[in-house]
Design a protein around this ligand. Structure first.
Ligand SMILES: Nc1ncnc2c1ncn2[C@@H]1O[C@H](COP(=O)(O)OP(=O)(O)O)[C@@H](O)[C@H]1O
Ligand SMILES: [Mg+2]
Length: 472
């Protein structure tokens, strides 16, 4: 896929995702405002019910009072009658002057009692009429019935007195006055200065959010899943693109690698068919050697590629045997040593392990060491100094291969074990390779239940360490 196309797709999908998130956000916001209106309606209904009930109670108690006072008037008149009658009888029966004084005192007392009995009700005072506990329990009941189960604060505000005359706790007075729901108390009475019932919900937002938790949570989860999938897909696309680039590189390298020996061989064959060469035994022998060598190179390349293909299908079967790791390493040094010496370099042996035998596949482990030493040599442009150390650790043998070459940066250290990966060098292709070696090495070591690590500093050198347990 074209790089520009990928970028375009990423941009478009990002925009779509972003818009989707924004739309979702507005949708949730909208839903919250609908929920809020709903909440307000419920509060309106509940509080209106409470005010209606309060009025009913009020009217009822007024009625009772009236009834009481009617009864009182009746008894008042009858007692007044009887007292008057008594006084009249007593007046008729006066015989002595002291009796007059007694009578006056009695009549005075009767007047006192009458006026006491006839005393009118106290003037209308809302503070005594409204009952804090009653309002609280009515509000509680009504709100609960409407499903509003969150803490509320209320107060009764008198516009005449210009202050709160009843408060539930008094904690939220400012909010009550500023943000509270306001209702007129006794809306049917034409009072000059009405009283207001105010109600405020300190945790209203929290309550609304809780009511909508499922919606919010679901949309959040969907968005997160979408974003995760998107990043995953992008990662895969980028990786695929890289892989296809690496495969291209691989094919280019391979064709190049194969073409050289093929053309050398064909040149040598041509030369051999020449009659003058045929006659010269030494020369023809030489050409035959060239053909042989190049043929071996071709076989090597084919073998490497075949190895990689074999892994792909997971058909790697080890031939286990008891082997001495020192022997394996010495064998590799014997084969590669010359290539290092040609570059004026050297290989240092640092064998410190007391137990050097393990169970493993000799051929594959030889390939592993050979690959690592070959890399150490290939990627050390000047006078390679390669140190191969063997040590024991509790469960096995540790082999380190250290070089003073070009090194690998942190980012690439993670990738060099991937199949076909080669550290990019721009357009300079001075070191030949297919990027298959280290992935093979890793696979073989892991087949032996071992581990491989790399430690490297750019321009200073690299150390590859292999941990091989005594038995797999
Ligand atoms: N000793 C080393 N020093 C520096 N770079 C190395 C070393 N060994 C491996 N690399 C880097 O890791 C890459 C992968 O190595 P490998 O799988 O052996 O492939 P190849 O050697 O065919 O390129 C190499 O292309 C090289 O960039
Ligand atoms: Mg290699």
């Amino acid at each position: 896929m074209n790089k520009n196309l990928i970028t375009l797709i990423i941009v478009i999908v990002s925009i779509v995702l972003l818009s989707l998130t924004v739309v979702q956000f507005y949708w949730v916001k909208n839903a919250i405002s609908v929920e809020r209106t709903n909440f307000e309606n419920k509060v309106n209904e509940a509080v209106s019910n409470v005010i209606f009930k309060l009025e009913k109670i009020e009217t009822f108690s007024n009625l009772q009072k009236t009834m009481n006072s009617q009864a009182r008037v009746a008894s008042f008149f009858s007692s007044m009658d009887s007292i008057n009658r008594d006084l009249y009888d007593e007046m008729l029966a006066i015989k002595r002057p002291e009796d007059i004084e007694k009578l006056i005192r009695k009549s005075f007392m009767a007047t006192e009692v009458f006026s006491e009995m006839a005393r009118k009700d106290k003037p209308f005072d809302i503070e005594t009429i409204l009952n804090k506990v009653l309002i609280d329990s009515l509000l509680n009941d009504e709100l609960r019935q409407k499903g509003i189960k969150t803490k509320f604060e209320y107060g009764v505000y008198s516009s005449e007195k210009n202050r709160m005359i009843i408060e539930k706790t008094g904690q939220y007075q400012a909010q009550l006055l500023k943000n509270g729901f306001v209702f007129t108390l006794y809306p049917n009475e034409f009072l000059a200065n009405p009283n207001y019932l105010m109600i405020f919900f300190p945790f209203e937002i929290r309550f609304l959010l809780k009511e909508m938790a499922s919606i919010i949570l679901i949309s959040l989860i969907l968005i997160i899943i979408l974003m995760m999938l998107f990043t995953y897909v992008i990662k895969i696309i980028v990786w695929q693109k890289k892989l296809s680039e690496m495969k291209n590189d691989f094919i280019n390298n391979m064709t190049h690698e194969i073409k050289t020996p093929i053309s050398t061989i064909s040149l040598a064959c041509e030369a051999l068919s020449d009659s003058s060469v045929k006659r010269n035994e030494m020369l023809s022998e030489n050409y035959i050697k060239v053909i042989n060598d190049e043929n071996k190179r071709l076989a090597d390349i084919t073998e490497k590629i075949l190895q990689a293909a074999t892994f792909e299908q997971g058909e790697l079967i080890l031939k286990k045997e008891v082997l001495n790791i020192e022997d394996v390493i010495n064998n590799v040094i014997n084969n590669i040593g010359i290539q290092v010496e040609v570059k004026d370099g050297k290989i240092i042996r640092d064998f410190r392990a007391s137990k050097t035998t393990i169970i493993g596949d000799k051929m594959h482990l030889t390939n592993v060491i050979s690959n690592l030493v070959d890399n150490a040599n290939k990627y050390s442009p000047r006078k390679p100094v390669i140190t191969i150390a063997i040590e024991n650790y509790t469960e096995g043998i540790k082999i380190s291969i250290e070089d003073n070459g070009i090194g690998i940066n942190k980012e690439n250290q993670k990738k060099i074990f991937d199949k076909l990966y080669r550290v990019p060098t721009g357009n300079i292709h001075d070191v030949k390779g297919f990027g298959l070696g280290l992935s093979y090495v890793k696979a073989i070591i892991e087949k032996h239940s071992g581990k491989i690590t790399v430690e490297s500093d750019l321009k200073k050198g690299s150390t590859f360490r292999i941990y091989l347990p005594f038995s797999m």
